[in-house]
Each structure stands twice: as structure tokens, then as C-alpha cells.
Design a protein around this ligand. Structure first.
Ligand code: ATP
Ligand code: MG
Length: 247
């Protein structure tokens, strides 16, 4: 599928997401099954997204702001296809590189080297391609000395470096970034920012969640402010930030 300038790459149409929260404390699997059979198990419905609509065009850098629990990560997961909307629709055009949950797709018992191949395979890359890109990934992550250390002994910033390096070896049409930059140290954040800016120049569409107003201000042209699963305001970044800061 050929993508043209001005194409809408992300279309979110009245998306609602419902989670079932376990309401009672069940002490074990046996009690759970008994309660399930007796139909005594009740769930509390929780709507994390209550009808969200937005469109992002090719080449746009779009920010998502909101307090903890507002539904930002949930929205990114629906866009990435990790979560299916309970109601509504998501239409995506192009290849998506999601940087969503830190280390999702990683096996913490395995070494960084093993995880590069594992995660690369999950992202759909062949062994041959990963062999070719291996050095580039390691160099970008700057973790040469730690390649054969299990990931469980990494700091969260180190895990983020590897995740960012793997996710960005191919040029996606859409890059989805959830807060990942905040765990890296200052220097790595700068490096990621530069890489994102390079992607911007190449016309990659980016959707980014950040608690850093400065980051959103610097990178995004438009943004949305989520509040309890609803859109409070969707506009030019400066207007959205103004509303967010007044909260
Ligand atoms: N798998 C799940 N099961 C049940 N509830 C969930 C699940 N995932 C998210 N939620 C709930 O949905 C709401 C929105 O969560 P989400 O992770 O999208 O928030 P967020 O805006 O990303 O917050 P933060 O700034 O803390 O990252 C929260 O109340 C959360 O508890
Ligand atoms: Mg989140």
C-alpha cells in the first residue's frame, strides 16, 4: 500500500475500552472455579476509554497528555493493535513500531544478546536481518559490555535503551512512544530525541505520550488531553498544554 502525503494514517473512531475488575478477593484457583460455576463471581465494569475519536496524518507528531490513569497507555495499545476496542473502530495505514511497555516482548531471564533476537523476531525481522543490524543495535544502546548479562540484572534505563534500539532499526510509517524516553538518562534521552527528529524529517508519523510538557512542546504540533477516558481538548500543542497546566 502506497502512502501519500496528507493521508490519514491513524483513525480512531469513538473507541471505548472496558476492563473487568475483579470485585472480590478470591483466595485461590479452587475458590475461583467454584464461584465461577456457581455464578457467584461478579466483575465491576471499568471504562478506561469512553468514546475517543482522533485522526493523525502522515508526518504529524501528535502528543498525548493526561494525569495518571487517564487512559493514555490504553489508547496507545488500541492504536498499536495490542488491545481490541470494546466499541468503536481503529483504522491504521502503514507499518507500526510500538514502544509501549518497557520490556514487553523481553524475557528477563535471557541475556541482552538473546533478547535482541527474540524481540526482533516478535517484531517480524528475520535472523539474517538481525545479524546484519546487530552491531547497529548494540552501538545505539551503548551496552556492549553487558551483552551477555541477563536482562533481569539491567536497570530500567538499560532495558529502555535496548528496546528503543531494536524498535527503531527499521523505518516504520508510524512510531508509537509511551513515556519510554523518561527512564533513560539525560544523554540517552537526547540521543532518542535526535533519532525521533530524524524520523520526523523522513516523514514518519509519531504519536507520543509524555509527562514532560517540554518534550511535548518541542516535538508535537498537535496534542490531545485525556481526562478519565475522555478527550478534554484536542488542538494545537500550545493550547492543549495551557489547559493541562491550568489543571
Ligand atoms: N488490563 C487492565 N485491566 C484493568 N484495568 C486496567 C487495565 N489496564 C489499564 N487499566 C485501567 O485503565 C485506566 C487507564 O490506564 P492507563 O494505563 O491507560 O493510564 P495512563 O493514562 O497511561 O496512566 P499513567 O500516566 O499512569 O501511565 C486506569 O484506571 C487503569 O487502572
Ligand atoms: Mg501509561
Amino acid at each position: 500500500m502506497k502512502i501519500k502525503n496528507n493521508d490519514i494514517l491513524i483513525k480512531v473512531k469513538d473507541v471505548k475500552i472496558k476492563f473487568n475488575l475483579g470485585k472480590e478477593n478470591v483466595s485461590g484457583i479452587k475458590e475461583y472455579v467454584i464461584k465461577l460455576l456457581k455464578k457467584e463471581l461478579f466483575f465491576q465494569e471499568f471504562w478506561a476509554l469512553k468514546g475517543v475519536s482522533l485522526e493523525v496524518k502522515k508526518g504529524e507528531v501528535f502528543g498525548i497528555l493526561g494525569f495518571n490513569g487517564a487512559g493514555k497507555s490504553t489508547l496507545l495499545k488500541v492504536i498499536a493493535g495490542v488491545l481490541k476496542p470494546t466499541e468503536g473502530k481503529v483504522i491504521i495505514k502503514g507499518k507500526v513500531a510500538p514502544l509501549i511497555e518497557l520490556g514487553a516482548g523481553f524475557d528477563m531471564e535471557l541475556t541482552a544478546r538473546e533478547n535482541i533476537y527474540l524481540n526482533g523476531a516478535i517484531l517480524g525481522h528475520s535472523k539474517k536481518f538481525l545479524n546484519e543490524k546487530f552491531n547497529e543495535i548494540v552501538e545505539f544502546a551503548e551496552l556492549q559490555e553487558f551483552l551477555d548479562v541477563p536482562l533481569k540484572n539491567y536497570s530500567s534505563g538499560m532495558v529502555a535503551r535496548i528496546a528503543f534500539a531494536i524498535a527503531t532499526i527499521v523505518d516504520p510509517d508510524i512510531l508509537i512512544v509511551d513515556e519510554i524516553l523518561s527512564v533513560g538518562d539525560y544523554k540517552f534521552q537526547e540521543k532518542c530525541k535526535q533519532k525521533i527528529e530524524n524520523m520526523m524529517k523522513k516523514g514518519v508519523t509519531i504519536i507520543i505520550v509524555s509527562h514532560s510538557i517540554q518534550q511535548i512542546n518541542e516535538l508535537c504540533t498537535r496534542a490531545v488531553l485525556l481526562e478519565k477516558g475522555k478527550i478534554k481538548i484536542l488542538d494545537k500543542t500550545e493550547k492543549v498544554v495551557e489547559v493541562y497546566e491550568a489543571k
